[in-house]
Design a protein around this ligand. Structure first.
Ligand code: 26V
Length: 862
């Protein structure tokens, strides 16, 4: 049964059983808010001891041990001698939490007092990664914790490995949000990150006979020491029903009469700044049934139905959507989006709404940054609050709303730009749909006034489109409402303005800007790569961790033979750490002094994992058919990591192909010691932290114009891997910064791609005219990797040969040449080390601290 069926059924059932509660006869502004008060009113008790700020436990090994044992005994309720690793991990996490608590309360108090303008980062995804290591780094307690655990006979590394990472995101977009909140805290910039506390995060990937099988991610099941529920700050969120007009003096007003509601329960998470005494807040919302929901049905005497209703409400935050194009679950996705955005806007207003505060000043207190289109329903929600609840004039409300939002676009793929069918919106959020229509009407009137007799232009800019179905284009709504619109890398921002929103960038050129993405150096360099970090610190001192431009000072060390040697040793240590992990985690045996070639990212056609596999198959084919002397080939280990959206068939076939090629290659004695392939399942932030520091070569091979930015590319370069990449996304900027000599560029440029697309891409011509390519494809199609089954990879092969939108074959020859250049370069280890060190020295620009400075100057303070 689909969720919309369930909803319809539920609403029918609840209507039948209790009209007075759910059929929506109570106008929205009279809806009883008793739900929120069941936790008791706010009181102001006091005690002399409570006046002093909380203090952290002593930062000594003894102090730490005491706190840890107390947590183990009174928090977990076990004695050290009887405790499990999980008990120990939870007690350790709570111990570290205590050290952060005073800073957190102080940050919150300071914020209330100074009323500094804050960023409200609205994101449906936060791909946080493990928290413990980061908290230890932020508090500088790593060494003390290690000694304290050792004193208890425990191993800190083992305890850290017990943590299950909160995988509340799909990929780059969610990880970016996590990097941004880290940087904001480190730079002491007030920010609340708002999002969803999915009960199940991104699925756990396993392989069965080489095929992806998804399992639920039960990240909460062993206990969650980092989340603080705040039931007293719960928010009611309404859905469904209808709107009606009424007279208010001589004004006609509209009110929304919703038909059902749920409760948003906030969980606060600490976002510690790096050793700066600041802890910002990430507030993630969890859906609960309201009392009205179950009471209504209980009263009708149907217990089973009541429980089902509860389940229905809680379904809203049950699972993270693995980005995919199926219509199934679309309605639930819209519910998720409205749910978290309604909670967050209400929550922020509640926080600033003290006596004397005028809502007209809201833009002086916050910018809500819209992380892609997912939270854009926040725009009509704020309008509804101002116009319907606060009874403002439309223009007055629009003026304030426009100054509260800014929009970041993270894609160029048309199918990834969110569009909501009008009938769905009207059913779920009837008042918001009306408001969207009114925004659109007012906007189009303005366009028509500025460009009279240009109806085509007006229509091309309409937020509501009739084609192919009547629907709302959320990117257009965000562009009309936002004070700024930005892309995530220079090339992307250019294409966004020129190709996706050309009419808008012509209309408001000053609205469009670029902020190139960045990554946090704390997690992805300092924590993930302690050996390289130590080398850098030995050379430059510790300041680089919060001032990554200082990496430029490493430049002369590229010429220093001793430094290069130490750099190679660090890389080797990282490889050994990775191989040990893969052995223990996946039973994968990797060995040897190979070039480590890594491609990790979501599985998508546009990212072209197929191009990488064609290259591998080609190398293999040349060796087994004795076209090359195997001893002249640079030994290479290729590591893949990638999840495919569960509904994305072709992506899953590509995973199958990679696994099958791996099986064959890894067991063929003819290539032993020359070529091996590893595809550990369930690539996530935790694995990335081990893989990236070990890599020699970073694969960034998307079709030019398709990857908005990429952020993995930045992490690799900062860890001293060289990039083989197309002129796409942030690769362009990486290449500019590190220099052509230190980057293996290949492939068509975006204008060349556009031209080829326009003239008609014919994959067959590349296949016919390039014997090396033909041999590789033929080997796949021959059944060589599938026990003789010639049909096993038909979907992938026929896609490449006939339908590939992403033109993999067109870039094959150029890719193979670039790989040959990689091999030649790797043969000279001294030269390679120089290039790798220069990559580190020249990519300080990609710190997310710099991204935050750019957001501040170009958007939040603009
Ligand atoms: C969503 C969908 C949904 C429908 C099927 C195809 C498809 C393809 C991609 C997406 C993701 C869109 C949003 C996103 O995750 N963008 C990523 O954002 C990163 C942070 O800015 C950026 O580095 C990546 O290049 C970009 O793909």
């Amino acid at each position: 049964m689909t969720f919309s069926h369930l909803l319809r059924e539920l609403v029918t059932v609840t209507r039948m059983s209790s009209d007075q509660v759910l059929a929506g006869q109570a106008p929205a502004d009279e809806t009883p808010s008793t739900e929120i008060h069941r936790y008791g009113p706010m009181t102001t008790p006091t005690h002399p001891l409570a006046l002093a700020p909380v203090t952290a436990p002593p930062a000594t090994v003894d102090g730490f041990v005491k706190e840890f044992l107390r947590e183990l005994n009174t928090g977990q309720g076990v004695a050290l001698s009887r405790s499990t690793v999980n008990d120990q991990y939870l007690a350790l996490a709570r111990t570290v939490r205590h050290y952060l608590m005073a800073r957190w309360l102080e940050t919150t108090r300071h914020q209330r007092e100074t009323k500094e303008k804050a960023v409200g980062y609205l994101s449906a995804e936060y791909l946080l990664g493990r928290q413990l290591g980061n908290a230890l780094l932020a508090t500088d307690l790593g060494e003390i914790a290690e000694k304290a655990m050792a004193a208890c006979g425990l191993d800190l590394v083992t305890l850290r490995a017990q943590e299950v990472e909160p995988g509340l995101g799909n990929g780059g977009l969610g990880r970016l949000a996590a990097c941004f909140v880290d940087s904001l805290a480190t730079m002491s910039i007030p920010c609340i990150g708002y999002g969803i506390r999915y009960e199940y995060g991104i699925f756990k990937q396993t392989f069965v006979d080489g095929r992806q099988v998804e399992q639920p991610d039960t990240w909460l099941s062993l206990g969650e020491p980092w989340g603080f529920p705040h039931p007293e700050a719960a928010v009611q969120v309404d859905f469904g029903g209808y709107t009606e007009t009424y007279r208010d003096g001589d004004v006609e007003r509209t009110r929304w009469v919703p038909s059902w509601n749920v409760l948003g329960l906030p969980y606060n998470y600490m976002v510690p700044g790096y050793q700066n005494g600041r802890v910002n807040t990430l507030r993630l919302w969890s859906a609960q049934a309201t009392k009205a929901f179950d009471l209504a049905i209980f009263n009708a005497g149907d217990y089973a139905e009541a429980v089902r209703a509860q389940t229905f409400a809680e379904n809203i935050t049950k699972v993270l959507y693995p980005e995919d194009s199926t219509p199934q679950g679309k309605e639930l996705r819209l519910q998720q989006q409205y749910f978290f955005v309604a909670c967050s806007i209400r929550d922020f207003i509640n926080q600033v709404m003290e006596p004397g505060f005028d809502l007209h000043d809201l833009p002086e207190r916050v910018t809500f940054q819209l992380n892609d289109t997912h939270p854009v329903i926040a725009v009509p929600e704020l309008m509804r609050i101002l116009v319907d609840e606060h009874k403002w004039e439309w223009d007055e409300a629009w003026d304030v709303t426009k100054r509260c939002f800014a929009y970041t676009c993270h894609t160029l793929l048309p199918e990834a730009l969110e569009v909501w069918p009008v009938d769905l919106l009207g059913r779920l959020l009837p008042r918001h749909l009306e408001i969207i229509y009114q925004i659109n009407d007012a906007f189009l009137a303005e366009v028509r006034e500025r460009f009279p007799n240009d109806e085509l232009r007006a229509r091309s800019m309409s937020i509501v489109t009739d084609y192919p179905d009547r629907s709302v284009r959320m990117a257009y709504l965000a562009t009309v409402a936002g004070m700024k619109v930005n892309g995530v890398a220079a090339l992307h921002s250019q294409l966004l303005a020129d190709k996706v929103l050309p009419a808008f960038s012509e209309y408001w050129p000053e609205k469009f800007t670029n902020v190139t993405n960045g990554v946090t150096p704390r997690r992805f360099l300092r924590l993930a790569n302690p050996w390289l970090s130590q080398l850098i610190t030995d050379a430059l001192g510790v300041g680089w961790v919060t001032d990554l431009d200082r990496l430029a000072e490493l430049e002369p060390y590229a010429q220093d033979e001793d430094f290069r040697k130490a750099f190679r040793e660090a890389k080797q240590t990282n490889k050994e750490r990775l191989y040990a992990l893969l052995r223990a985690r996946d039973g994968i045996e990797l060995s040897g002094d190979h070039l480590l070639d890594v491609m990790v990212k979501r599985l998508h056609e546009y990212k072209r994992q197929t191009l990488k596999i064609l290259h591998i198959v080609s190398l293999y084919e040349q060796i087994i058919h004795e076209r090359v002397d195997p001893t002249t080939i640079t030994p290479r280990t290729v590591v893949f990591g990638a999840k495919a959206a569960p509904g994305y068939r072709l992506a899953k076939e590509i995973i199958y192909l990679i696994n099958k090629v791996g099986e064959t290659v890894n067991t063929d004695p003819r290539v032993a010691g020359r070529l091996q392939i590893a595809f550990p399942a369930n690539y996530n932030v935790t694995l990335a932290e081990k893989l990236i520091p070990a890599a020699d070569l970073s694969e960034q091979i998307s079709l030019a114009g398709m990857e908005a930015s990429g952020t993995g590319n930045m992490k690799f370069a900062l860890n001293g891997a060289l990039t083989i990449g197309t002129d796409d996304g942030a690769n362009v900027e990486i290449r500019q910064l590190v220099g052509d000599d230190n980057f293996f560029g290949f492939g068509m440029t975006e204008p060349e791609v556009a031209a080829l697309g326009a003239s008609g891409y014919q994959p067959g011509s590349y296949y016919e005219s390039n014997p090396q390519l033909k041999a590789a494809i033929d080997l796949i199609a021959s059944g060589a990797f599938s026990g003789g089954d010639r049909n096993a990879f038909e979907p992938v092969v026929s896609n490449l040969l006939y339908h590939d939108r992403f033109m993999a074959l067109a870039d094959f020859a150029s890719y193979v040449d670039a790989q040959a250049a990689v091999e030649a370069a790797y043969a000279d280890q001294e030269a390679w080390s120089k290039m790798a060190i220069l990559n580190v020295a020249r990519t300080g620009f990609f710190s997310s601290d710099r991204s935050m400075r750019d957001y501040l100057s170009r958007i939040w303070r603009a």
